[in-house]
Design a protein around this ligand. Sequence first.
Ligand code: FE2
Length: 246
Amino acid sequence: MSSRSDLTIMRVCFIIFLLGVLVELCDGGITSEYVRGSDLPDDMPLDSDVFKVPPGRNTPQQVHITQGNHEGNGVIISWVTPSAPCSNTVRYWSENGKSKKLAEATMNTYRFFNYTSGYIHHCLIDDLEFDMKYYYEIGSGKWRRRFWFFTPPKPGPDVPYTFGLIGDLGQTYDSNRTLSHYEMNPGKGQAVLFLGDLSYADLYKFHDNNRWDTWGRFVERSAAYQPWIWTAGNHEIDFVPDIVRL
Ligand SMILES: [Fe+2]
């Protein structure tokens, strides 16, 4: 009996030893030397260049895309027109395609306490080819804006695809550094998995939703060109019963 328990103890010790060796030997490496500073910087002021409204009357802004279906050959293109519904159509075409296609968006607005949103457009496109560069245009006339994105390769067991991970971004000076760091990373993320806590607009009085608009303009430089796939964080819970009933 005692020899059996001795054996068990020896096995447990051996497994612990083995785990210790593995922990010692395993080194996931460091993907970046970048370390965010420990001081909490201020939010960038409203007139910062990263928040700039694109020129023209009612030009689409806050343009961003996200994955549009489970297969990976769809995207949802979203944007805001500030003062009028404007064009609600997306024109898109593949890099080697002969014809341009049109897709119609849905549109809505919302109010939050003393804030009224612009016209928010969402357009699903799900007839795309895998592993292809697409261009898309939104808006009309002189102020039409053009962007592009790449669809992922057809899913398979050994298909490489690089996700970037970003969370708690906000709109401080460090937020700008973080986004620039992601954009310049030689690893070249092809889509962002966003881990929640986007704009931190809820830190403002009345959860000033104008800070959602500035944030949308801030991330456009990346989110219009590759899918950002979202989860909501605690800062997305706008529970303020004293000012608004949701
Ligand atoms: Fe957070």
